[in-house]
Design a protein around this ligand. Structure first.
Ligand SMILES: *Cc1c(COP(=O)(O)O)cnc(C)c1O
Length: 433
């Protein structure tokens, strides 16, 4: 009955995830509560890993883009499933290392890595640094020389591909703060500059064309454009690029109408294009990397809330409020993101009305679902929002001094805490009077 096949309804008419009754989870851990289905995370990760083995002879690695959900437990799962990770800050890097993640399999991104962050990455032996611009290249080179190290680097390239996505999250075009431009020669020039430096070794090129993409064509096109560039680098500079990183952005289902395609099909399609172009242009097959973030954790997660005040404004709308909102899920207020939801304690009941599900923060835009079709909800009901595994906990804030919710992992009818709920004490721990 749900579009999320890991969710079912039990004989108490309660929603079930990973074999756990959501009403029991809410009672045990409190609400709001992030719940992640560990089996779904693992099977999503495996789909990418297996696809690289099957379609590209294992000559590559899927990197979990950990900004989607950066908590120690995630790095542990991802390591166990044989994926690498990408991190975009010292904080994400610290979390990964603290979880015991092998630094060799970490790719460090970011358009403005600080000196401290670069030092941190170099001292910890991070596998690859994805360099974004000239300033970073020259600073990195200086740091490496002073440490007597040579950093293996990729360059972030803007391939100029429009992936038909929301303007806010489209990053492949020329007017973007990320990366160097292909069409004006900047990308070729920066590689030439780097090739003359002692502190860095150019191993690869990277692009990330956007997010929540449901088609193969933009990725095939990205592979074509990037390999054309690899060929140009070889012919003009005599440099062989051995790693091709095509980023992430694979779409997931939030609401009806979102039609995700099988995650392994992206790697199948890209592998086919890469093999054929390399043969045609006489290039060695590069190692390929892809960086799924949302598609590894997004559909594995739900958020449980308790319903509070209900306000009916006759002839206007009915507001149903929950004990969370934009502080734990800012995606509506940031992107007009859409979600589906269900009452977890009456999961099989038919929707009776259309209401606006709102949060408890002091912003009128603090909405979770603008038009939610629900059974008549009342104080104390448990609300479940689906597909909240990505960019919810990782984007959560303490706005209005609301403590961040706990995050639990479920599998085979068992639940365990992966992140504790914050307390008021946590909220004031850095305040000084
Ligand atoms: C955000 C990001 C990703 C992951 O994007 P998803 O849409 O979550 O798959 C991958 N690579 C880079 C460089 C990113 O910035």
């Amino acid at each position: 009955m749900f579009r999320h096949d890991n969710l079912t309804v039990n004989d108490r008419n309660h929603l079930v995830i990973g074999g756990c009754d959501c009403v029991d989870l809410a009672a045990q851990y409190g609400t709001p509560l992030y719940v992640m289905d560990e089996d779904v995370i693992r099977s999503n990760a495996r789909a990418y890993k297996n696809a690289i083995d099957k379609y590209y002879g294992g000559n590559g690695m899927a990197l979990y883009a950990s900004k989607a959900l950066s908590v120690m437990y995630m790095y542990k799962i991802v390591a166990e499933e044989g994926l690498g990770v990408d991190v975009v800050s010292g904080g994400e890097l610290y979390t990964a290392l603290k979880a015991g993640f092998n630094p060799e399999n970490i790719y460090f991104h970011g358009n403005n890595k600080t000196t401290d962050e670069l030092n941190f990455a170099l001292d910890e032996g991070v596998g690859r640094i994805v360099v974004d611009n000239y300033d970073e290249l020259s600073e990195l080179n200086t740091l490496c020389i002073s440490k007597g190290k040579v950093a293996k680097i990729l360059f972030r390239i803007k391939p100029g591909i429009d992936a038909h996505t929301h303007e806010f999250i489209s990053t492949g075009q020329i007017d973007s703060k990320f990366g160097v431009t292909l069409e004006n020669g900047e990308a070729l020039d920066i590689i030439k500059t780097a090739s003359q430096m002692e502190g860095v070794e150019v191993v690869g090129v990277h692009c990330h064309i956007g997010s929540q993409i449901f088609e193969l064509a933009p990725f095939e096109e990205a592979a074509r454009v990037m390999l054309g560039f690899v060929a140009e680098v070889k012919s003009k500079l005599g440099i062989e690029i051995s790693e091709l990183n095509l980023g992430g952005g694979f779409g997931i289902r939030y609401v009806e109408g979102d039609a995700p395609i099988a995650y392994d099909s992206y790697i199948e399609a890209v592998s086919r294009v890469v093999k054929s172009i390399c043969e045609e242009k006489g290039l060695k097959l590069p190692r390929i990397l892809m960086e799924p973030g949302r598609s590894i954790v997004g559909d594995a997660g739900i958020t449980l809330y308790t319903i509070g005040m209900v306000k009916d404004i006759p002839g206007v709308r009915k507001y149903v409020s929950v004990d969370g909102g934009m502080a734990d899920n800012p995606r509506y207020i940031m992107y007009d993101a859409e979600y589906d939801g269900v009452l977890a304690n009456r999961a099989g009941d038919r929707p009776e009305e259309t209401v606006t599900l709102c949060g408890r923060c002091c912003e009128s835009g603090d909405i979770l679902i603008k038009n939610a079709h629900l059974p008549s909800a009342k104080k104390g009901d448990i609300m479940c929002i689906m597909s909240t595994g990505a960019y919810n906990y990782s984007m959560a804030s303490n706005y209005n001094r609301i403590p961040r919710p706990a995050l639990v992992m479920v599998s085979g009818g068992k639940s365990k805490l992966a992140v504790k709920r914050e307390t008021y004490e946590d909220i004031v721990r850095n305040d000084i009077i």
